[in-house]
Design a protein around this ligand. Structure first.
Ligand code: ADP
Ligand code: MG
Ligand code: ZN
Length: 475
């Protein structure tokens, strides 16, 4: 039996405001436990929440960027449950009337565009953090995170594979980071995802029963957990059983999902409108102001890189996935106007080096202007493309400008015809057997001679000239 996979994702993005959503406490990460707290976020009796205007602006920003309808009036609701990280006994969230609805993002899957619907985006507060001490019957509670603003972005069940789920998450993260409203760090928990997944027989139009997967703290884990869960559900069905609706926990060490609890239903939470908070009203003028301030987003940038700069769709996709990377690329173009070689150098040597060190472009050891200067030295014939690679490594290691390294190490390309001829004559004189073989038809030996000349010049001879002169002399 063939099955179709159906996936819908719930993403929580921590908004990088300076203060919490309903009080003036700092949202800074890493402070000593329970130092960024006040009566409001501790849920003391008699206090009143005051909505942080910036949270609304950020939620609207994401709504516009994902083509949502922005509701001119939305409401906060109380989601009631007990847990030690939730001092009020309820989380302030949005339920019936979220701030944004009916949007979409486009993802790339196998070179094709696919549209994933966004059901809703709502604002809510984060809970605190529990730490369970290994080997001791003690749990600690840190409420610094209580009341930190989040948006929850709920997708339609439009995703059909773990790889599409990964592409969707990367796109959301990219948009959030372009907008500067969330740092998108999955490992540190500022970008979190719960994945709902079910399977149904191919051709069916009724979705299967879904499981909700939690504890997915990296892109890799999201995809791995989904792969595991799809196979598990298929085995349950093929063994004559039925998938039960439940919340399952991904165990990254064992590579399995295990049942955590039966799925709670919305009515279990006794949602009701929060009587302490007024309806949230956003007017047209505010929406227009936010829209006018939006930066160029990844899709638009990608189109411009292809349409105006002539990059391939693949290169444009890689370079625009991260805003800082796109900015770096464009900064290089300010002093060197050939997009393709710049893209090649960034995507090859530079990213190769950064990836190996687990770093991003923000940590680039080579400034854009220096990379541009290096490419100019190749174009004007000062150094060969091959030497440029070693100069680049030197630049990355020392932070020096390319011109300085070329002068210091005397790497200027040898383009003097008579000097090259002299070296070629020596190489020919000292390899009579190879010369005879070449003249006898083994034309592949040309590479051998080029190699010998390059060796004799420490790679500095102009390779084009070496080829031409060798061809003539070996006739
Ligand atoms: P809950 O809070 O109960 O998890 P939400 O409506 O917030 O419910 O989120 C439900 C998520 O599950 C959405 O992303 C939706 O697309 C997805 N979903 C709904 N039904 C299915 C299904 N049968 N299979 C997979 N995903 C589903
Ligand atoms: Mg859910
Ligand atoms: Zn507070």
């Amino acid at each position: 039996m063939e099955y179709v996979t159906v996936i819908g994702l719930e993403v929580h993005a921590q908004l990088n405001t300076n203060t919490k959503i309903f009080c003036g406490c700092s949202t800074a990460f890493g402070a000593p436990p329970n130092t960024h707290v006040c009566p409001v976020c501790l849920g003391m009796p008699g206090v009143l929440p005051v909505l942080n205007r910036k949270v609304v602006a950020f939620a609207v920003t994401m709504g516009i960027a994902t083509r949502c309808t922005i509701n001119r009036e939305s409401r906060f609701a109380r989601k009631n449950y007990f847990y030690p990280d939730l001092p009020k006994g309820y989380q302030i969230s949005q339920y019936e009337l979220p701030i944004c609805e009916h949007g979409h993002v486009d993802i790339d899957t196998n070179g094709e565009k696919k549209r994933i619907g966004i059901t809703r985006i709502h604002m809510e507060e984060d809970a605190g953090k529990l730490s369970h001490l290994a080997g001791r019957p003690v749990s600690h509670v840190d409420l610094n995170r209580t009341g930190v603003p989040l948006i929850e972005i709920v997708s339609e069940p439009d995703i059909r594979s773990p790889e599409e789920a990964g592409a969707y998450l990367r796109k959301l993260r990219s948009i959030l980071r372009y907008l500067g409203i969330c740092d998108g760090n999955m490992e540190e928990g500022s970008f979190r995802c719960d994945a709902n997944v079910s399977i149904m027989p191919a051709g069916s139009d009724t979705f299967g029963t879904r499981a909700e997967l939690k504890n997915l703290n990296s892109f890799r884990n999201v995809e791995k957990a989904l792969h595991y869960e799809i196979i598990r559900q298929r085995e349950v069905i093929e063994d004559g059983g039925a998938v039960v609706q439940e919340t399952r926990l991904w165990n990254p060490d064992r590579g399995v999902t295990t049942s955590m609890r039966g799925k709670e239903e919305a009515h279990d939470y006794r949602y009701f409108p929060d009587p302490d908070l007024l309806p949230v009203v956003v007017d047209d003028a505010w929406i227009q102001e936010i829209e006018a301030g939006l930066p160029e987003l990844p899709d638009q940038k990608e189109q411009r890189f292809v349409g105006t700069l002539g990059l391939s769709a693949y290169d444009a996709g890689v370079l625009t996935a991260d805003r800082e990377l796109a900015d770096y690329f464009e900064a290089c173009l300010e002093s060197y106007d050939r997009p393709k070689p710049v893209a090649n150098w960034i995507m090859g040597p530079l990213l190769g080096r950064l990836n190996a060190e687990g770093e991003t472009i923000a940590a680039s050891p080579v400034a854009p202007a220096d990379l541009a200067a290096l490419l100019k030295l190749v174009d004007d014939g000062t150094i060969s493309g091959k030497i440029a690679k070693t100069v680049f490594d030197d630049m990355a290691a020392t932070g020096k400008a390319p011109g300085e390294i070329v002068t210091e190490k005397q790497l200027v390309q040898l383009s003097d015809t008579s000097a090259i001829e002299e070296i070629i004559d020596e190489v020919i004189a000292s390899h009579p057997d190879e010369v005879a073989a070449f003249r006898g038809g083994r034309k592949k030996l040309l590479g051998f001679f080029v190699g010998q000349v390059m060796k004799a010049t420490q790679g500095k001879a102009n390779p084009k000239m070496v080829n031409e002169i060798l061809q003539q002399k070996l006739q």
